[in-house]
Design a protein around this ligand. Structure first.
Ligand code: ATP
Ligand code: MG
Length: 374
């Protein structure tokens, strides 16, 4: 093997770049991080070289300087349900090809030596050329997360012309019908979903899951009409702002649902608070914009957004209004500004205190909003 690597931590190690980085470089897609596989080494040898072990379940290490992931070559066998239900076998005799065989899609199972040479036992390059997402073996169905991953990769590459191989789609259907999706941890489902929501074609993630009957376990509220309306809403999100686009898209996706449905989804997916809250607040904005609104409605909207304590939440919703109903932004902004200018200090100076102060504050803000909306 030609030694092109001058990194002393890697000297003499049999290292290959694998997975996403190799795939994306071949596709001409931006590469953000590298994953590496190390063949023929032991955990002790990795630690001696200064690599830091991560996670208890898998023999994965972080490079002491680049912090990139280096995994020892391993095989996996299903031994039960869910994440814990895998027997992981890592030892120096596991070959590169055996490690590649445990992966999900052919395009994700290409390895590249440091001198550039590719190892591609499942013709991932052919599938990259033909723009096909294809599973490697029937072991695909051992991890139901792969159904979501495949839908997510399609959400990323659909615009390049990718499709899912019919035999892979058939397997995805089979996994859905087996009930295995129920055994996924909510956190893993959300991680995939959040990533998919950040991809160029987020709608493709959901339509793909619908096609393989995978929506009803984790997103039953979206089955049928809910999905159509949700995806139409998802196409419109504020361009800039403090919130990630994936979170806006989620908020928009669930905006046509009822409050109960939205809360049920948030609970099932164990959504981070910030996401669940953005979804609730976007729903308030949708409700405000469905009909002509008056002063009391706008005041109520500002109150429910907790605007006095968290003005950034109102600013965020104003960014949404700008997309949904641009003609209303000006009025709502001036109403918000007028309400903010009502000063508690002035009322205190007038002699208000306690509950009466709260009431007076609310009344003046209401008046300010009404005046500004005119
Ligand atoms: P991304 O660009 O989203 O990071 P990726 O392909 O690098 O895509 P990772 O989750 O970083 O995805 O995983 C790295 C590689 O590990 C994958 O390319 C694939 O070979 C393998 N892999 C990851 N998760 C699974 C899984 N659940 N089942 C099978 N193989 C997997
Ligand atoms: Mg990766």
């Amino acid at each position: 093997m030609k030694e092109t690597n001058s990194d002393p931590h890697l000297a003499g190690l049999n290292v290959y770049r694998v997975g996403g980085a190799v795939r994306d470089a071949l596709l001409g897609w931006p590469v953000y991080d590298n994953d590496w596989v190390v063949v023929g080494a032991t955990p002790e040898a990795m630690r001696k070289r200064g690599f830091k072990p991560v996670g208890r379940d898998f023999p994965v290490f972080l490079h002491p300087e680049t912090a990139e992931e280096y995994a020892l070559a391993r095989t996996e066998r299903k031994s039960g349900h869910g994440y814990a239900g895998f027997d992981v076998h890592a030892s120096p005799d596991v070959t590169l090809e055996e490690d590649l065989l445990r992966r999900d899609l052919t395009i994700n199972a290409i390895a590249q030596r440091t001198d550039g040479e590719l190892t591609d036992p499942f013709n991932g390059q052919g599938d990259i050329e033909q723009r096909v997402l294809r599973h490697i073996s029937s072991a695909f169905s051992e991890d139901p997360l792969r159904v979501l991953r495949t839908a997510r990769f399609l959400a990323r590459y659909a615009s390049l012309g990718f499709t899912i191989a019919p035999e892979t789609l058939a397997l995805m259907l089979q996994v859905s019908h087996s009930g295995e999706l129920e055994h996924l941890a909510a956190e893993r489902v959300w991680v995939e979903t959040e990533k998919a929501l950040g991809e160029p074609s987020p709608e493709v993630y959901f339509t793909t899951l619908e096609r393989c009957d995978a929506l009803n376990v984790w997103w039953p509220e979206l089955v049928g009409e809910g999905l159509e309306k949700g995806l139409a809403a998802l196409a419109q999100v504020p361009e800039s702002g403090s919130m990630p686009v994936a979170h806006w898209r989620y908020a928009q996706l669930v905006s046509p649902l009822t409050t109960e449905q939205r809360d049920a989804l948030a609970e099932r997916l164990k959504l981070p608070n910030a996401v669940a809250q953005l979804a609730r607040q976007a729903a308030l904005t949708h409700a405000l914009l469905t009909a002509e609104f008056d002063g009391p409605q706008v005041l109520r909207w500002l109150e429910r957004l907790d605007g006095w304590r968290k003005p950034e939440q109102v600013e965020a919703q104003l960014a949404l209004v700008k997309v949904l109903a641009p003609e209303q932004v000006g009025r709502l902004k001036s109403a918000w500004q007028a309400a903010q200018e009502v000063s508690p200090q002035v009322l205190i100076a007038e002699g208000y205190k306690g509950a009466a102060l709260g009431e007076a504050l609310r009344e003046r803000r209401g008046q300010a909003v009404v005046a500004a909306l005119k």
